[in-house]
Write a protein of this length. Structure first.
Length: 196
């Protein structure tokens, strides 16, 4: 989506400022498309800075066997988890921004190209073929189908306005770092002294 047509209501920061904030942050929210690298980055930052890693897919959204957890239970879990003192949560779901953003010290918005995301999802599928990734609920065997590929292809058009509106409504004061490439992600990790 052309950001020039969006209202400038978000508190965007560059990677140098974000790196400084990451070092002192207690709670970080990582959002973006599947295959964008949310889980990988979140786990690296969790390990480097002693934050509890929360996978939205594993800990909140999915139950075993690709069964979606009821919405009321999801919100109860989110409320309990965001009340904790120190965490990094990877997962988009803008419908829960009202619970998550007011507690976040920083948002990292992974805006990686859809081709890179699709390529990453296929690589992940091959790597975990017939198995469940550690970031997923038990029994959620790694899969790729046409519906998932279409979801990724249309993700930016569908979700960017929702992210923008959700952050503006529930966390306009929260600093937002946009990472738009693997290179930019590696540069952030270099600034933080974290292996890429």
């Amino acid at each position: 989506m052309d950001q020039s047509v969006l209202p400038m209501a978000l508190n965007f920061v560059d990677d140098v400022i974000a790196a400084r904030q990451i070092r002192s942050a207690n709670r970080i929210l990582v959002i973006g498309c599947s295959g964008g690298g949310k889980s990988t980055l979140s786990q690296k930052l969790a390990q480097r800075f002693g934050l509890t890693y929360i996978s939205f897919d594993r800990d909140i959204f999915w139950m075993p066997g690709w069964t979606e957890r009821p919405r009321t239970e999801q919100r109860e879990l989110i409320t309990e988890m965001v009340a904790r003192e120190r965490w990094i949560m990877d997962g988009s779901n803008p419908s829960s921004f009202d619970l998550r953003l007011p507690r976040a010290d920083l948002v990292i918005w992974m805006q990686i190209s859809r081709l890179v995301c699709i390529w990453s999802v296929f690589k992940r599928w091959i790597m975990f073929f017939g198995r469940t990734r550690p970031e997923m609920a038990p029994g959620c065997i790694e899969k790729v189908d046409w519906e998932f590929v279409r979801f990724i292809w249309t993700y930016d058009k569908k979700f960017t306005p929702r992210f923008w509106d959700g952050i503006a409504a529930h966390g306009p004061q929260v600093p937002v770092l946009q990472l738009k490439s693997r290179r930019q992600t590696r540069e952030l990790l270099d600034l933080l002294g974290t292996p890429a």
